[in-house]
Design a protein around this ligand. Structure first.
Ligand code: WTA
Length: 644
């Protein structure tokens, strides 16, 4: 049905937009005819202390692999996000803050942001930080999180932000992997009325891995222990730090940040983004996709611990001189009307959130929405997972009063910024479709052999040409980078997603086709959860698959084989859930644990996940051929004892 539903571009949007249909056609055409010229324009959005002359220098071929953009240019990301706006908008709000507690809010102008970033940069230098050092951030969603990122950028240190919901073990693993010398954190975070013991988690993580310094921000004022010689309270040193700090000139290809994300195998990988290409792409896409115009109030509800927070709370909006709202809370607290109260309070024009939040709010009924005014809203965005047409239509009809285009933006941590999305002034919308590639982006749907399909097609989604925001490597493991993304389909970037392209050339992302789950818009590797489960003394083997979940999109279904001397019990089930939460974090909690006396395996010992997925999806009549299994009877047992 939804292939047929179309929502035209509203006239008033098309007339005022940066790009209308004609400009889009012209841009796409020029990007194809003269790619270097097109990309030069994207790079020239930034202020360069040494202008680039080289534009694109890329080869996806194994022999000769390289991804380099604007490679002889020099710039500093914090200068582009702050200093260059000072002549015109020193007193404009850069960061609007809305606390978890609805009575708490605040704002920081570009001049204030400049002073704060310089202060923290100077503090970091005093703590010994130098260009190229890695600094881990484990922060609440407060303006100082953005300040800390930009302070790292100012001195050329590489930040690695770890989401505050990850466990001490996950945090420790990430600190160790990139060899951070400093951790920046807060005493506690607040979310949905609850406290998150950030500093205590850091202390626990640092029992297993050492850093030189911990810089702690006082946020809730909780009484937390400090380690002499290692821990520094930011508020104790802030006043004395100068509000001027000369920016470190960075080569375009110098690293800006590392962000860990889950893959289909092994531990999370450190996705590395560099300075010039990443920032140019974040800025370009933020302006184009959200049709950002000076004066707009822009709100992305993500956390800075995810790439969406990096590109579309901090770097993209600030590079464009926007007012970006930082929200500490959650959409459902104190009640399900919170988002719309915040929209009205701050007169938000552009609102960007995840389908999982929309589904949770939709369930609470329309009154929470319709009790608010929302007339400031002009544009709505969605990110993180496929949005089901029902949620899309609700977002458009109820939240946007049928007035506001919905941009369903497809991208990944690896892509740095949006690659496939409607443009508000250009694209007729189809609910559930991310629609068309942005100018310069070259998606391809391929066969399993890697042949590019034309016209209407379905299959693995690749990108055949580089774009500036593309990740450059997996930190410390360049081979893994090439293996993961450029080997399945040689010469092309493989996204890990499947997609369908309809007869109008619209893309419909069908979801991950590798062993990566997308739970409430958070990426989780099945291998990570399995390794957490088998690290419990009662467990002998585990296999994890995703299954459709009304709110989360996907839920976590774990098949667990216990050691011979163990008996299944409700207590043990709870203990395993607690164990996974402690090992990875609450977002990885199994929704279902099914006791499995045996797992379906091939004769060579490979677990047949396809069958496990079907059982979890309750499609037990479509299990396919099980006769090649080492022991086909285990499948009957799993089907018979399927919970729920
Ligand atoms: C999924 C988040 C469908 C996809 C920015 C991708 C989406 C993964 C969409 C990346 C969308 C993201 N429609 N699926 N609009 N946006 N995804 O790295 O499977 O946290 O590969 O980046 O989320 O998740 P990541």
């Amino acid at each position: 049905m939804t292939d047929q539903t179309r929502i035209p571009v509203p006239d008033h949007i098309a007339q005022a937009a940066h790009m209308d249909a004609e400009a889009y056609a012209r841009t796409v055409e020029s990007a194809a005819r003269d790619p270097q010229g097109f990309w030069r324009g994207v790079g020239e959005r930034l202020d360069w202390s040494r202008p680039f002359t080289e534009v694109k220098d890329v080869s996806f071929d194994r022999q000769d692999f390289r991804i380099r953009w604007f490679a002889d240019g020099e710039l500093n990301a914090s200068v582009n996000c702050i200093d260059r706006h000072l002549p015109d908008r020193a007193d404009q709000t850069a960061i609007l803050f809305e606390g978890d507690d609805p009575s708490v809010d605040g704002r920081m102008t570009y001049a204030e942001l400049h002073a704060e970033v310089c202060r923290m940069a100077n503090v970091l230098k005093d703590l010994g930080a130098k260009k190229g050092d890695r600094i881990t951030l484990y922060m609440p969603m407060i303006p100082l999180a953005a300040v800390a990122m930009l302070a790292c950028a100012r001195i050329g240190a590489v930040h690695s932000v770890v989401f505050g919901g990850f466990s001490p073990d996950s945090l420790g693993g990430r600190i160790e992997d990139c060899g951070s010398t400093i951790v920046i954190t807060a005493d506690e975070g607040k979310r949905g009325g609850k406290r998150i013991p950030l500093k205590a988690n850091v202390d626990k993580a640092l029992e297993k891995v050492a850093v030189d310094k911990v810089l702690m921000i006082r946020w809730t004022g909780a009484d937390v222990p400090l380690t002499e010689g290692r821990d520094v309270v930011y508020e104790d040193v802030r006043e004395a730090a100068s509000t001027e700090c000369a920016p470190e000139p960075m080569n375009a290809e110098d690293p800006l940040f590392i962000l860990y994300t889950s893959g289909s195998t092994g531990k999370p990988k450190g996705v590395l983004h560099t300075t010039g290409g990443y920032l140019a792409w974040a800025a370009y896409t933020h302006e184009l996709v959200f049709d950002y115009k000076p004066g707009d109030i822009y709100w992305c509800t993500a956390d800075v611990g995810w790439v969406t927070g990096h590109s579309y709370i901090v770097y993209g909006p600030l590079a464009n001189g926007a007012t970006t709202l930082v929200f500490e809370g959650v959409p459902t607290w104190p009640d399900a009307g919170r988002c719309w109260q915040v929209v009205d309070k701050h007169k938000v024009n552009i609102f960007y959130t995840a389908p999982t939040a929309l589904r949770a709010l939709m369930r609470e009924g329309d009154d929470w929405v319709t009790n608010s005014d929302r007339s400031s809203l002009r544009l709505l965005g969605s990110v993180g997972e496929p949005i089901n047409p029902e949620a899309w239509l609700w977002y458009h009809r109820v939240v946007g009063d049928g007035r506001c285009p919905v941009v369903d933006t497809w991208w990944q941590t690896e892509t740095g910024g949006i690659l496939i999305s409607p443009l508000p002034g250009v694209t007729e919308l189809k609910p559930g479709s991310a629609t068309k590639p942005l100018p310069g982006v070259m998606p391809a749907i391929v066969t399993n052999e890697g042949d590019i399909l034309q016209g209407a097609a379905e299959g693995p989604l690749c990108i055949t040409e580089s774009w500036p925001g593309q990740m450059r490597t997996v930190y410390g493991d360049h081979n893994r980078f090439i293996e993961t993304y450029f080997t399945t389909f040689p010469g092309k970037y493989f996204t890990g997603d499947g997609a369908r392209r309809d007869a109008d050339g619209y893309y419909w992302i069908t979801g991950r086709i590798d062993d990566v789950l997308n739970v409430s818009g958070h990426r989780l590797g099945t291998a990570e959860i399995e390794s957490a489960l088998v690290s419990h003394p009662a467990v002998s083997e585990a296999a994890v698959v995703g299954y459709p979940h009304d709110i989360k999109g996907q839920g976590v279904w774990a098949y667990v084989t216990l050691k011979a001397d163990q008996e299944p019990s409700e207590d043990l089930r709870k203990a395993l859930v607690t164990h996974v939460r402690a090992e990875i974090g609450p977002i990885a909690s199994p929704d279902v644990i099914q006791w499995a006396p045996g797992l379906p395996k091939t004769r060579s010992g490979k677990i047949m996940r396809r069958i496990l997925r079907k059982i979890a999806e309750n499609e037990t009549s479509a299990l396919g051929d099980t006769s090649t299994l080492a022991d086909p009877s285990v499948v009957d047992d799993l089907v018979r004892n399927r919970p729920g």
